[in-house]
Design a protein around this ligand. Structure first.
Ligand code: ZN
Ligand code: ZN
Length: 319
């Protein structure tokens, strides 16, 4: 039985790649499919669905006044169609979403729509999205992950300097490089993650972390002037303690066994400098927050244990 599907996702989740793969599978099968997109999406030219992984397809670009049902009916009369695919459904009108349901109910053709569900303000993207959520027979999330590893369900918009945009124009295409998809907690926090922050830093903005010993400058991970990737530890007195961002000193403490050497300066210290002191045998690890952790339960491996599933479970439990 034909159905109306809504495959929704956040940004940069491979939505177009998913659509083009479905289309490819139909065509491989010898089927004819119709592909619609919105004229509002002109990122790779009007009337084209393109994925960042390099594949693309021609599409019928519809304007708000176009009737998708009429177009589909006409094209189906020329050569019978197996399915109707619609990209960027969030840019359609509610009427056009209703017309898509008519393709299913009157023409008996499956209609598969792809689009964003939320905008960066954390609300449903448009009246078209409200309509398709109400009318769709099946709703699927195209999964992707936040920089923390949790499922990304929200979209953060940020300025070139890394500051978060919470208000303003919702319908805007072409600026995808300044959107990042994150989990809800990091959306609330306005945390774009280390990779986006690094890009902001490389563009000449963002918070800098400077190792006091070697004066190397690092991009800040959380906008914190004492926390960067590979530079998130601090020398205070003769002790170095680190936190997330430092590979060597994350959640542990070292101290200088024969006094603080001259090249070690008080304050922020990078992993390269700590590594140097360790190699010279100057540092001793005195404590770690993880030392008191209970030993992890071991999972006995037998033929009926799915190792991947067990690993996924234990990762989920720890998260
Ligand atoms: Zn997250
Ligand atoms: Zn350093």
């Amino acid at each position: 039985m034909a159905k109306l599907y809504f495959n929704y996702s956040v940004m940069n989740a491979g939505k177009s790649a998913h659509l083009l793969l479905v289309r490819h599978n139909y065509i491989e099968n010898g089927d004819k499919v119709l592909l619609f997109t919105s004229v509002k999406d002109d990122r790779s030219g009007v009337g084209k669905v393109a994925s960042r992984i390099g594949i693309s397809a021609e599409a019928v670009a519809v304007s708000p006044e176009d009737d998708i049902f009429d177009i589909a009916q006409e094209m189906n009369a020329e050569t019978p169609v197996t399915a109707v695919l619609v990209d960027e459904v969030q840019f359609m009108t509610p009427e056009q979403v209703y017309q898509m349901s008519e393709i299913v109910d009157s023409l008996g053709l499956p209609c598969l729509a792809w689009g964003l569900k939320n905008n960066f303000q954390g609300q449903l993207f448009s009246p078209a999205v409200e309509t398709i959520l109400a009318l769709a027979d099946e709703i699927n999330l195209i999964k992707t992950v936040c920089h923390c590893g949790k499922r990304a369900t929200m979209i953060l918009k940020y300025n070139p300097d890394g500051s978060i945009v919470r208000n303003g124009e919702v319908v805007e295409t072409g600026g995808e490089s300044r959107y990042v998809s994150v989990c809800r907690a990091h959306w609330k926090e306005g945390n774009i993650g280390p990779r986006a922050r690094k890009a902001v830093f490389d563009a000449g903005y963002g918070t800098r972390v400077v190792c006091q010993s070697c004066e190397t400058v690092f991009p800040s991970i959380y906008g914190d002037p004492e926390q960067a990737g590979d530079c998130a530890a601090k020398l205070e007195g003769d002790k170095i303690s680190g936190y997330f961002g430092s590979t060597i000193a994350d959640a542990c403490e070292f101290h200088f066994v024969r006094g603080v050497p001259e090249d070690a300066k008080q304050g922020v210290i990078c992993d390269a400098c700590i590594r140097g002191h360790l190699q010279e045998g100057r540092l001793l690890r005195v404590s770690s927050w993880f030392d008191n952790d209970p030993p992890r339960d071991r999972v006995p491996v037998s033929t009926d244990v799915d190792i991947l599933e067990e690993v996924a479970k234990s990762v989920e439990e720890r998260a």
